[in-house]
Design a protein around this ligand. Structure first.
Ligand SMILES: NC(=O)c1ccc[n+]([C@@H]2O[C@H](COP(=O)([O-])OP(=O)(O)OC[C@H]3O[C@@H](n4cnc5c(N)ncnc54)[C@H](OP(=O)(O)O)[C@@H]3O)[C@@H](O)[C@H]2O)c1
Length: 298
């Protein structure tokens, strides 16, 4: 793929995209790049003011771009359903879904509106439900992309199905790692299920390396912003996964530099346990049960 940059994004005129967490960091840069290349982008944000400010910036920086705001709180399944219903009422297709939003290493164990641990609930279950609820619109477009954003930190993640929501003990970095491992297991399982069900959906996953965003603001992990790459560079792997013509279902993209922390995107490998199909199947079934969302592939 050479030194792929945002300039290599193909013309996206006529394509509809949804980006979660679009008001900040990688989500904002992803939104800007998609809009600049002609996509009609819906900024899916939890806070109306932050979302409206980001939309105004997109309209200023990419004049003529087609973009809109729709409220989505991934930590509340009622909000996820409302978002999907609103989207379905207005649009009959979706070409690109970027499951980008996330929270990291929250100091105290917190829970979502539905009682799930906040990182597992927001980063994984909210996006699982969102994808399932938007499946009819995604399947209305051949080869629609579902891109989930994980982290190098997935490598410390373990699925413990006896305590998925950290009710017995809470370790903030392990909780983040589990949610990011879940993003990869979800993608690989979505790819397998879509293929088996005859669906042309292309599910891919990406990680940004280390990028300067607001993600660290709630943690003590702020020592190294000078080492981080700009958010626009961190967004390149997910932009590649969302737009490059040669992307296949089940592929994983990250930066090509040292320890995959910075640089142009390339295909990367996940931790071995992310390829365990039995764990992925189990996670899928638990996610279905916890969210009440089932996927119907066609
Ligand atoms: N930056 C890095 O170095 C890095 C490294 C590895 C992985 N990642 C991943 O990259 C993704 C984007 O993070 P970022 O670095 O761009 O951080 P960020 O600047 O903090 O952006 C995170 C976005 O997610 C949104 N969000 C959080 N909780 C939400 C919820 N319940 N419902 C809807 N939206 C919610 C935030 O909204 P508010 O602005 O309203 O809080 C914000 O828009 C995350 O999945 C993260 O795990 C980042």
């Amino acid at each position: 793929m050479g030194k792929w940059s945002a300039n290599d994004i193909p013309d996206l005129t006529g394509k509809v995209a949804v980006v979660t967490g679009a008001n900040s960091g990688l989500g904002y840069e992803t939104t800007m790049a998609l809009a600049r290349h002609g996509a009609d982008v819906i900024l899916a944000c939890r806070d109306e003011k932050r979302g409206a400010d980001a939309l105004a910036r997109v309209r200023t920086e990419a004049p003529g771009a087609s973009a809109g705001l729709s409220l989505l709180d991934l930590a509340d399944l009622t909000s996820v359903r409302k978002f999907a219903e609103g989207f379905g009422a207005e649009r009959d297709h979706l070409d690109i879904l970027v499951n980008n939003a996330g929270v990291m290493a929250l100091a105290e164990r917190r829970t979502t509106a539905d009682g799930f641990e906040m990182q597992f609930g927001t980063n994984h279950l909210g996006h699982y439900a969102l994808t399932g609820l938007l499946l009819p619109q995604l399947q209305a477009r051949p080869g629609a992309r579902v891109v989930s954003v994980t982290s190098f930190g997935h490598k410390v993640g373990r699925m413990n199905f006896d305590d998925l929501n950290w009710e017995r003990s809470y370790r903030k970095w392990l909780a983040y790692g589990r949610s990011k491992l879940a993003n990869i297991l979800f993608t690989f399982e979505l790819d397998r299920r879509a293929r088996a069900g005859g669906s042309s959906i292309v599910a891919a996953v990406a990680h940004p390396g280390y990028a300067n965003t607001n993600l660290q603001s709630g943690t003590s992990f702020q020592w190294s912003n000078f080492m981080a790459q700009p958010a626009a560079a961190g967004a390149l792997p997910q932009l590649y996964a969302a737009t490059a013509p040669d992307v296949k279902g089940g592929e994983f993209f990250g930066p090509s530099g040292l320890l995959e922390q910075r640089g142009a995107p390339k295909r990367v490998k996940a931790a071995k346990r992310a390829y365990d199909a039995e764990t992925a199947r189990r996670l899928w079934e638990v996610s279905e049960e916890l969210t009440g969302v089932s996927f119907r592939f066609e």
